[in-house]
Design a protein around this ligand. Sequence first.
Ligand code: HEM
Length: 488
Amino acid sequence: MEVTLGLWMGVLPLVGWLLWWWNDIWYVFRLKVRSSGGGTTTSNCPLPPGHMGVPFIGEMLTFLWYFKVLRRPDDYINSKRRKYGDGVGMYRTHLFKSPAIIACSASANRFVFQSDGNFILEWPTVEILGTNSLVAVQGAAHTRLRSFVSRAINQPDALRRIAIMVQPRIISVLESWAHQDTIVAFTESKKVTFQNIGKFFASFEPGPILDTLDVLFKGMVQGVRAYPLNIPGTAYHHGVQCRRKVEDIFREELEMRKKNPSDAKNDLMDGLMQLKDDEGMKLRDIEVIDNIVSLVVAGYESTSVAIMWALYYLAKYPNVLQKLREENMLISKKKKGELITSDDISKMKYTNKVVEETIRMANIAPIVFRTATKDVEYKGYKIPKGWKVILWVRYLHTDPENFTDPMCFNPDRWNEPTKPGTYQVFGGGSRTCAGNMLARIQVAIFLHHLAVGYKWELVNPNAKMIYLPHPKPVDGVEIVFSKIEEAK
Ligand code: HEM
């Protein structure tokens, strides 16, 4: 009995120790074997400091502890800084089923974003996003597609058109909010963003097709976030099924347009169908469809979340709302009832600062992934081939060394330029968000119509926050919303 107890007392701590260090031992061993089989220049570099956790799940439980239980996501990185020092702004870990290097300083992020030859973007869920979509293709094919998409949605001509196209819906939706007791900003902003996207992407008006697409896109977004296991019953499988149905709807629309070329609609689908590259080549049908589908996925929820946060912060910071209102009232008086244009928006200095501050604090894409295509050295440390690099962009925006009093909503901080590389809300390098200007202009238009015509209050000003998949208050920002009568 005593012998058994003694054995257990000795064995258990050993097993615990082994489990705790398993991934560190296992991956370092594998790297040693690999480099002894054919040395590279980085063979002798150590890995960045860190801890890779227990077999299979790595540090996932620690990550969830900070993000879901403590609800202090930035302390995940703070705890590493305390334990291992600032070093070069990189730590090794094992997250999301892969050995990984976290990059959480401005210079480490910039290095990764700018090194296309060393790191690629790999979506495990391209079957849903579309294998011909901008997010899925690499190299020259990516450059070519990016120029198409950018011209169609993110450049001045496109923005001028889109700014006018989206406003009637925003105006009528705000009217309708004022007739309800309370609204949930996240739910409602999603509805209006989707209707607007339907309109300027494919001229779909509210009705049965758009309702069906709404349901199908929700299934796709869930599939994109799920583990890519394509068997019946999984969210991923459902996402793939939804994608097929979405593709059928867009294909039917595209065929109709090809039969009636004179019936131009001036929307994204027409734009993508007509654009030619430098060699006079047009996009193939499947490229048009894949890109529309992936743009909806990329732009729909992100823009809605930004609008939700604008409503939240403006309710919490009435002094900011007041200044916003003053600037927008002035423009509104000059316009005498006409819609504002993208040129008007570019002159609205304070409004643009509110947009930027909202997007900084919203941290809609808190982390961004890359995969190392070869062994890479960064300031004496090794990033091994095949490992994920997790660009912790959220931390750049919440680190007091980059933004003074970072959790304070202060649009005036944008009077000064930011420190280089510290503002990466839209990512960086060749993969910088292809809809960044479109997102900004949509939020600005919303702010304009909100500020000149409406007031609102948070129903739960102290609502708890959730941080996955996006940061948002648990109630989705429930507000009491009404018209400002004097504004009429
Ligand atoms: C506030 C709203 C938005 C935020 C915070 C945001 C953020 C981002 C980020 C961080 C990336 C880089 C991902 C990476 O490097 O892996 C990205 C890429 C992308 N975004 Fe956005 N986005 C927003 C709105 C939009 C909108 C409205 C669209 C279009 C309708 C859009 C389309 C795209 C596309 C197509 C890419 C991939 C670009 C490429 O791979 O070349 N995004 N976005």
